[in-house]
Design a protein around this ligand. Structure first.
Ligand code: ISL
Length: 573
């Protein structure tokens, strides 16, 4: 029997502070706003709150560029407000985890300000500085051809000291040098100990496998023809000292507290490699986010060059990351949304008025029946959908989308076809969809803000149709369905949270049918991912299966036919 640790059985609810609830009518969400919704959160039936960065920051990347780990971004509130939030969570039996962003700081962090002062500054080596290369004709070139996540080179020239510094993300997100032991200790103290001593219960660890990059920093192979900068994540992820650093972090910091950690693990396709991070014996991380499912549709050369995919690909991904822990002591996660992704209903099901509620419920069934720690993202519980396709690029705010759009505009001389494709990709995959204000009710700006001019980010046109207040009142709303599914998951923990996953009929492009097994208990989940009727054949499993949950109020089609977006969970105990 697997050990029942709070972070295994718990459901995590992610909050993006800018967009959750504005308490002082400045158009931006804040910590007191979150506190005002804590009973709503408790009532959902979740156990752990994950708060995206609320630290002081110039906000070039929505707070993932931190200028002071020990201070709160003033428009969000104060350190005292976060202490109140910790207490508000704990007094209700909820845990609170923070975002730990320590691959890079903001260029406005005191450490970087000192580092850039001179080549001999004691903090020079806290960041990654390299001399220029020179082409045959004398042109100055960056130390290598790595592309940053937000377009352009990952290197920025510094006039003052005549060297380049590395930034894997925005120019203002300067990569810390983890090779330096003094730097590592300062990170542990400032970003971790400071908050752990205040009682936070752990961390979601940003870009955790990029800390060790090696010291050679070689050129990446050319994939994107015709431009200098190339995607290089396979070169800077999972570097030679990665596991050593995490063990050190565990010994020096985490092991002193009862915490959970969940690390982002991009560019790590090999399950055996992932197991090295999450095996419980080799204390590194409790669990990780593997991104295959949310990367679906992203293009080969760039995320925002959308490529269609088939349901069978999604099924294979789900099966792979459900099954990789079989027979090991590792643990996995379940999620299909976060603050970097389009809304799951729009991406994986249907956001048409006819099917959006039913298909949101179907995705809730899929998520709640899967093994691992379940993460849901604010607004997912009411079936929020992507921004309307009619919104122009001017309504988008995210640095990733805007930089790529403008780089293509520049590179293609505003080629309308190229730009239309990027726009379509952003309409599906853009990070901003998750960042629209939370839709609380049908008053102006969805009740998110009382500011006359509205929120920092445009409110969804359909907030009167999709909001918390109306769904609380409607017994068969998406919200009430999520609550029911979260309870069902808990009521059958063995099967749903800890069971063994098995997929059936993998090549079927219309339906997703999977089984869960724990001891003698069996469940079968059948989901129709299309807007038409689909044949369904019950897989051969032991025991007499009975319908436990349905998203259509019983069997809508017939026993051997699933109606559009119908979902069923069968159980044999
Ligand atoms: O969002 C992505 C692709 O569109 C991911 O590759 C993402 O950049 C990666 O998962 C790292 O994301 C995290 O760190 C970034 C920040 O912008 C993201 O919001 C955060 O989730 C830099 O700190």
């Amino acid at each position: 029997v697997p050990d029942r640790i709070w972070w295994k059985d718990g459901t995590v609810y992610q909050i993006y502070p800018a967009s959750y609830k504005d308490s002082n009518n400045d158009g931006l969400g804040d910590i007191p706003g979150i506190i005002s919704k804590i009973d709503y959160i408790k009532d959902l039936g979740v156990d752990i709150v994950w708060l995206s960065p609320m630290y002081d920051s110039p906000q070039h990347d929505m707070g993932y560029d931190i200028s002071n780990y020990e201070a709160v971004y003033p428009p969000y509130g104060t350190v005292a407000d976060v202490e109140t939030l910790i207490e508000a969570c704990h007094s209700r039996g909820l845990r609170l985890i923070l975002d730990l962003v320590i691959n890079h700081t903001s260029d406005e962090h005191q450490w970087f300000k000192e580092s850039r002062r001179s080549k001999t500054d004691p903090k020079r080596d806290w960041y990654i500085w390299r001399p220029a290369r020179y082409a045959a004709d004398g042109t100055r070139m960056p130390p290598n051809n790595w592309r940053s996540f937000f377009s352009g080179s990952a290197w920025q020239w510094d006039e003052h000291t005549q060297e380049y510094y590395l930034h894997l993300f925005a120019t203002q997100q300067t990569d810390l040098n983890w090779e330096n032991a003094t730097t590592r200790r300062a990170i542990y103290d400032s970003a971790m100990e400071f908050w752990l001593q205040k009682g936070v219960d752990g961390f979601r660890v940003d870009t955790v496998n990029m800390y060790s990059k090696g010291t050679e920093l070689p050129d990446a192979p050319v994939i994107d023809q015709g431009i200098f900068e190339q995607p290089a994540s396979s070169l800077f992820c999972n570097g030679p000292r990665m596991h050593e650093f995490l063990r050190e972090m565990n010994t020096q910091v985490l092991s002193k507290y009862d915490t959970m950690t969940v690390g982002e693990l991009p560019s790590t396709p090999d399950p055996k490699h992932v197991l090295r991070y999450v095996g419980s014996g080799d204390k590194q991380l409790d669990m990780i986010f593997q991104f295959d499912i949310v990367d679906l549709g992203g293009g080969k050369t760039h995320k925002y060059e959308y490529e269609a995919y088939q349901l069978s690909e999604m099924k294979a991904i789900v099966a792979k990351w459900q099954q990789f822990i079989d027979g090991s002591d590792g643990w996995t996660t379940v999620f299909c949304e976060n603050h970097d992704q389009g809304r799951s209903v729009s991406r994986f099901a249907s956001d048409s008025p006819e099917w959006r509620e039913r298909s949101s419920k179907m995705l809730a069934m899929m998520m709640c029946a899967m093994t691992g720690t379940l993460f849901i993202y604010q607004g997912q519980e009411i079936g929020m959908i992507n921004a309307p396709a009619a919104w122009p690029i001017e309504d988008y705010k995210d640095i990733e989308s805007l930089n790529y759009y403008h780089s293509v505009a520049g590179r293609t001389n505003n080629n309308p076809e190229a730009l239309a494709h990027v726009m379509k990709s952003i309409q599906i995959l853009g990070r901003d969809h998750a960042r629209l204000p939370m839709q609380w009710d049908s008053t102006p700006y969805a009740g998110f803000t009382g500011k006359k001019e509205g929120a920092w980010m445009r409110t969804h046109d359909l907030y009167k149709e999709i909001n918390v207040a109306s769904q609380l009142k409607a017994p068969d709303s998406v919200l009430n369905f999520w609550k029911k599914m979260l309870q069902t998951r808990k009521a059958h923990k063995d099967l749903f949270i800890h069971g063994r996953f098995e997929a059936f009929d993998m090549d079927n492009q219309e339906t997703f049918v999977f089984g869960k097994t724990f001891g003698k208990d069996r469940a079968v989940v059948a989901l129709n991912f299309t807007d038409s009727n689909q044949p369904f054949r019950m897989p051969q499993v032991q025991g007499r299966l009975q319908l436990l949950v349905s998203n259509v109020g019983g069997v809508d089609g017939t026993e051997d036919m699933l109606s559009p977006y119908e979902g069923r969970v069968y159980l044999a105990l």
